[in-house]
Design a protein around this ligand. Structure first.
Ligand SMILES: C[S@@+](CC[C@H](N)C(=O)[O-])C[C@H]1O[C@@H](n2cnc3c(N)ncnc32)[C@H](O)[C@@H]1O
Length: 218
């Protein structure tokens, strides 16, 4: 699916000229994922909804012997991710839908999504996403989802800073000039992990703007 050109530009603005809160959040996200790869020994790692390759660009260089994959269904994002990770031979960017990635069963050691991918897709499709994560992970593999905290004041400031206007905002959804973005409480996200066969669920803080939930495939 293609996002419109304006949204693409706004997203690039948000990652390349971040608000101070987002800069701190991106930094902590990179540190957290880097540490998790080290402590878990994960070798094959995929990012669902990799966008312009921001996260893979930050972490893949630390682990040249590991293999990283990014998948996204927007061709503008895929082209930008290919460009930004061209100097990282251990990064493979794929065009495709995260609900049907075509990776073999049990192929990955770690599967993560960040920047509210879980809120980009309609809540009714979240089960498909969790199922696909579970299918492609090996037993004992790690799934990780990072998303917004429910700080409505900050979200208003964030969308305004990248030129997106808000028509409605509450604890569950932000309706904007570029579509609806959903939000999940940590409790709800943890329940999703549990109901899709993940155990040892842990919740953690990712800088001023985000939190994350991780689980291990049973
Ligand atoms: C908010 S962006 C985040 C990009 C990147 N993860 C980052 O942190 O900078 C969400 C990305 O998920 C992609 N996306 C959303 N739904 C998807 C789906 N069903 N299949 C593949 N990509 C998807 C969008 O195209 C977009 O690039």
């Amino acid at each position: 699916m293609e996002t419109d050109k304006e949204y693409f530009k706004e997203y690039l603005r948000a990652i390349d000229n971040p608000l101070p809160e987002m800069e701190g959040t991106f930094k902590q996200e990179g540190e957290f994922i880097t540490k998790l790869i080290k402590s878990s020994g994960a070798k094959k790692i995929v990012e669902f909804g990799c966008g312009a390759g921001r996260t893979l660009q930050n972490i893949a260089g630390n682990y040249p012997k590991n293999t990283f994959y990014g998948i996204d269904y927007d061709s503008k994002m895929v082209l930008e991710a290919l460009r930004r990770t061209a100097n990282l031979p251990n990064v493979n960017i794929k065009y495709g839908d995260i609900a049907d990635t075509k990776f073999p069963n049990g192929f990955m050691d770690m599967c993560f999504s960040t920047y509210n991918l879980v809120g980009d897709i309609p809540p009714r499709n979240l089960s498909d996403l969790m199922e696909e994560k579970r299918r492609i992970l090996k037993q004992g593999g790690i799934a990780l989802a990072i998303t917004w905290k429910k700080d409505l004041g900050f979200l208003r400031k964030y969308y305004e800073s990248i030129g997106i206007s808000i028509s409605k905002i509450n604890n569950n959804v932000t309706e904007t000039s570029h579509g609806s973005f959903y939000r999940f409480s940590p409790d709800k996200l943890e329940k999703f992990f549990l109901s899709h066969g993940f155990i040892s669920i842990e919740r953690f803080d990712v800088g001023p703007a985000w939190y994350g939930v991780q689980g291990i495939k049973l």
